[in-house]
Design a protein around this ligand. Structure first.
Ligand code: SAJ
Length: 413
């Protein structure tokens, strides 16, 4: 059992991970660069929306097993869970991972285990090791040989689904890649303390690729559904019915079309593979383009509907990147609603029950943040962008007589 664990980055992955490890009996320090995040957590509150996370964090902070701070402290285990965005050219940017590594370097000690959980391009764990080697010449790190080391370094990607994070942190299997077999073994032993799923040891580079492959697989499959939805529009077919029937085949399992693919993972990670082999990653790149293109297509279709009803208010239902969460990152719903707001101004009502206010970008547009009831009362055009439970519950009577573009297929025609 690791006695002390330091988690760098208290976002959607770092915070739940820190809380779950604290519950397993370790003393956990969560580190974030945002004073607001640190204060909120030390108050026993949370700054993100995730099922059951608030009560767990409160309990762990009250028991003293979880603390937050702006800087790391010495620990048995360090977990790096900071974002890895991409640049304008879709190249992965690991600067936060490397900065986090530099921040822990003074606190790493003989016997420490350093784990990277951030989604990373292949080779990043080795780059993390290189930073540690440069910062701590007094310690021995894995160098690919069998030589004994003072510090272990491993890569273990998270694969939890937003909305089910606490559950999946425990139940999912984990691929755990070490920079040496001893590092992998050490990390497997650490995760076994709080993971019920199987913990499978491999090499760091394989684990890095595995994470990218999982999300690319889903992206490619969603792209298939999104492409179908456009082809079915052209052929004047109900794509939802086509998919439902096709999925009756024992070996067919088509995913659901939507307004595009959002979130900080599936819309981002496939580019890391494309960047590492642009010539050969053709299907993966095309899937990204198809899914991004679906948002443009959805905006065009919604605009056509709005233009056909020039007197009507336009309700944009949902901003988050998927149902029943407050996360707006890379959200196609947000992109489409903003474009509609820019084009149609005060005709637009934006409904997003999971946020208190519209993002700043809406300010100059004249669009209004409305409740679902207000939007249904005031709008003749309804554009469904997110399949939130509240929207699914709208009765056929309540939406009767409205012009509807339902990108999620929640309301049977
Ligand atoms: N989507 C569709 N149609 C579908 C399924 C999803 O349009 O049939 C859209 C969603 O609306 C959303 C996007 O795809 O905009 C992504 O949603 P998601 O539920 O597929 O996935 P995420 O981004 O919430 O979480 C993914 C998960 N990866 C896989 O399922 C392979 C999760 O397990 C990962 O841990 C997470 O990425 C991550 O952090 O990488």
């Amino acid at each position: 059992m690791a006695r002390s664990v330091c988690v760098i980055g208290l976002g959607y992955i770092g915070l739940p991970t820190a809380a779950v490890i604290a519950r397993s009996g370790a003393s956990v320090l969560g580190v974030d660069i945002s004073p607001h995040v640190v204060e909120t957590i030390n108050d026993g509150r949370i700054h993100i929306e995730e099922a059951n996370l608030d009560s767990l964090v409160r309990e762990m902070v009250e028991s003293g097993d979880l603390r937050a701070a702006l800087a790391p402290e010495p620990a048995d285990v360090f977990i790096i869970a900071v974002p890895t965005p991409f640049t304008d050219g879709h190249a992965p940017d690991v600067k936060y991972v490397l900065a986090a590594t530099r921040s822990i370097a003074p606190s790493v000690r003989k016997g420490s285990l350093v784990i990277v959980e951030s989604t990373c391009p292949v080779g990043t764990t080795e780059a993390v090791r290189d930073v540690l080697v440069a910062e701590r010449p007094d310690l021995r790190f894995p160098d690919g040989s069998d030589a004994p080391t003072d510090v272990c370094v491993a890569y273990c990607p998270e694969r939890v689904l937003p909305g089910k994070i606490l559950e999946e942190l425990i139940s999912n299997d984990r691929s755990i890649g070490g920079l040496s077999p001893a590092c992998a073994e050490r990390a497997v032993a650490f995760y076994k303390d709080f993971v019920a799923g199987e913990c499978i040891a491999t090499q760091a580079r394989t684990a890095e690729m595995c994470k990218l492959v999982e999300n690319s697989f889903r992206d490619v499959n969603i792209a298939f559904a999104n492409e179908l939805s456009i082809v079915c529009d052209t052929l004047k077919l109900d794509v939802w019915e086509v998919i439902r029937l096709a999925n009756r085949h024992p070996r067919v399992k088509i995913l659901q079309p939507g307004p595009g693919v959002g979130g900080h993972c599936i819309a981002v990670d496939p580019w890391f593979i494309v960047d590492s082999d642009p010539e050969n990653a053709r299907l993966i790149r095309t899937a990204r383009e198809v899914n991004d293109g679906k948002a443009h297509y959805a905006f065009a279709r919604a605009s056509t509907l709005a233009d056909a009803h020039p007197e009507a208010g336009i309700a944009c239902l949902g901003l988050s990147f998927k149902a029943n969460i407050d996360d707006l990152r890379e959200s196609p719903a947000l992109e489409i609603a903003l474009e509609l707001a820019q084009a149609y101004g005060d005709r637009v009502r934006v409904v997003e029950p999971h946020v208190d206010a519209l993002p700043k970008a809406f300010e100059a547009t004249g669009a209004i943040h409305a409740s679902l009831d207000q939007a249904l009362d005031q709008c003749g055009v309804l554009v469904v962008l997110v399949d939130h439970n509240e929207f699914k519950a709208v009765t056929p009577e309540r939406r009767a007589g409205k012009a509807i573009y339902d990108t999620r297929g929640i309301w049977p025609a």
